[in-house]
Design a protein around this ligand. Structure first.
Ligand code: ZN
Length: 322
């Protein structure tokens, strides 16, 4: 199954051989220009989007047509052959149409944006023009003909695995991290060297992130952490390197120990996200480069299989200034 999964996964990557194969097939069918001609060429069904008494609402327009009209058009336009499923190799009587790098609602939205752009002068477009644009976009965003088993894996497992890309602090705070695991941790220093140290647990992740926080902030800003043992029922001892600690810098470079309480993943991520994103942890004149003045990229796998990425690309206040 893993090999099949890899093959199916490559449907979501536009430079893979499988994707190109699927793309060529869609292109061939689009070029034939013989199917659904009445739907795609008919005139006399104008959609007015400018200067109308009722303002045109793109979402409402897409909502009314997405299921019936577009699903049927896709079904009638793209025809599959019988035979071996290209995903798993099983003989299959009935293939399903599976979207690849872009799904139907997103393709429909792009088609609508394109026809509105093209028809700015008249303020209206023919319904057939929109449908035609929707079909044409399948050259870029092809559909694959695969068996229902493969289709389920593609949509329910592999698509969810795809990273959503970096999320904002606000988005990240809303996620449920129960059962989450760190799967990638990369830090680039100003010279372009990278540190790769994937933490084995969420509590190790928090320790790593805390190492990028100046010691004076650690002492005062996080309730999960104490300098003396015994404050928490369940706690672990962690070592830190002191830096930017008080005005005298006595602890500069010293090995300091802190006791961190055992927390659930959501509490841990609250601490992690604060340390990465909150402006108060910035130092006005960094005399030592830290985790957060570098590029940080962290990936977590959530319990539902989704992979999320956290990076500090847009967290300007932490960036090291040369
Ligand atoms: Zn299959």
């Amino acid at each position: 199954m893993e090999a099949h999964k890899d093959k199916l996964r490559s449907l979501l990557e536009k430079d893979s051989p499988f994707f190109r194969e699927v793309q060529e097939e869609c292109e061939k069918q689009i070029k034939q220009n013989t199917r659904c001609t009445s739907k795609l060429k008919r005139t006399g069904f104008p959609v007015v989007f400018q200067n109308t008494t009722l303002p045109f609402n793109p979402d409402a327009f897409l909502n009314t047509i997405k299921n019936s009209i577009l699903t049927n058009l896709t079904r009638d336009f793209f025809k599959s052959k019988k035979g071996e499923c290209p995903g798993c190799g099983d003989l299959c009587k009935k293939f399903e149409r599976a979207h690849t790098i872009k799904e139907r609602p997103a393709i429909a939205k792009e088609a609508l944006d394109n026809v509105i752009m093209k028809n700015q002068d008249t303020g209206m477009f023919e319904m057939s023009e929109f449908l035609s644009e929707f079909i044409q976009l399948h050259r870029k965003f092809p559909i694959a003909f695969i068996c229902s088993k493969c289709h389920l894996v593609l949509d329910n497992v592999l698509r969810k695995e795809k990273s959503r890309g970096p999320l904002s602090y606000e988005d990240l705070k809303k996620i449920d991290y129960t059962g989450a695991k760190p799967i990638e941790f990369v830090v680039w220093d100003p010279y372009g060297d990278e540190t790769l140290e994937t933490p084995k647990s969420m509590s190790q992740l928090r320790h790593l992130i805390f190492q990028g926080v100046a010691t004076e902030h650690l002492r005062t800003n996080f309730s999960c952490l104490r300098e003396v043992p015994g404050k928490f029922k369940k706690e672990k001892r962690f070592e830190f390197q002191g830096w930017y600690d008080n005005d005298e810098y006595d602890n500069e470079g010293a090995v300091l120990e802190f006791f961190i309480c055992d927390s659930n993943n959501n509490q841990i991520m609250k601490d992690v996200l604060r340390a990465v994103f909150q402006e108060k942890f910035e130092h006005p004149e960094p005399y030592r480069t830290t985790l957060f003045q570098f590029d940080l990229r962290l990936k977590l796998r959530l319990a539902n299989g989704e992979i999320i990425e956290i990076n500090n690309k847009d967290v300007r206040h932490f960036k090291y200034k040369f």
